[in-house]
Design a protein around this ligand. Structure first.
Ligand SMILES: C[S@@+](CC[C@H](N)C(=O)[O-])C[C@H]1O[C@@H](n2cnc3c(N)ncnc32)[C@H](O)[C@@H]1O
Length: 210
């Protein structure tokens, strides 16, 4: 999946395909938002570098629990001289909103997590929602990007096959349902703002803290 450069920068094959549609999809929601933004599960770090360049009004903090990924994120930051913070070692299944490094940048205006909650157990989805309910500012947004089920159904055959393959790798992995995300979010006081249909049967889900 990743090809590391000598300085640790990794390239995610899907980055080039996803970057522009995600930025275009996010733009209307970020028009009036400033303050601190946290990315959960930043992976290579390529997206957060692009976000910081496109949405410079926000102060971006990337994170990932994987030290190899954090090396890549920080290597991209140096390579591009990007105005992002160093990557946090953040496990989204933990009570991460209480981490001193997160408390220092809270309340957050934006939390974004892309392609993470299907490649991790359900505790990660719940942890992101739980932490967002604590760490977001009033009016702050929680954004998920990736493939999802809707009302218990896959949105296409490709996603169904992808889901089956994930579950073979790990029984706790798999596409999450937008209905569950909405209902858990609402139980924590978050409101469902929007769902944007993206290329390749992906979705951008937007929840907000009232
Ligand atoms: C498929 S990659 C997506 C990377 C990036 N967001 C993107 O879209 O290019 C999934 C990422 O989720 C991270 N991840 C896995 N478990 C996690 C957890 N418990 N908390 C936060 N991130 C996690 C992985 O380390 C990996 O970087």
């Amino acid at each position: 999946m990743f090809r590391p450069e000598p300085d640790g920068r990794m390239h995610f094959a899907m980055y080039e395909r996803n970057a522009k549609p995600v930025i275009d999809g996010l733009s209307p929601f970020l028009a009036d938002i400033k303050g601190n933004a946290l990315e959960i599960g930043s992976g290579t770090g390529q997206h957060v570098i692009a976000f910081a360049a496109t949405f410079p009004v926000l102060h971006w903090t990337p994170s990932d629990p994987d030290p190899v990924h954090r090396t890549s994120i920080d290597a991209w930051r140096s390579f591009e001289n990007a105005p992002t913070a160093p990557a946090l070692a953040l496990d989204a299944a933990s009570d991460w909103a209480e981490m001193p490094e997160v408390r220092a940048i809270s309340p957050l205006s934006l939390i974004i997590s892309m392609n993470v909650i299907h490649i991790s157990p359900p505790s990660v989805m719940r942890g992101i929602l739980n932490g967002a309910a604590k760490a977001l500012a009033a009016g702050g947004l929680l954004v998920f990007y990736g493939p999802f089920k809707e009302n218990g159904k896959h949105t296409g055959e490709g996603n169904a096959n992808f889901d089956a393959g994930l579950r073979v790798q790990d029984v706790d992995w798999g596409l999450r349902d937008t209905v569950d995300i909405q209902s858990i979010g609402e139980s924590l006081g978050l409101v469902w703002r929007d769902m944007v249909v993206m290329p390749s049967n992906n979705r951008l889900l937007v929840l907000a803290k009232p």
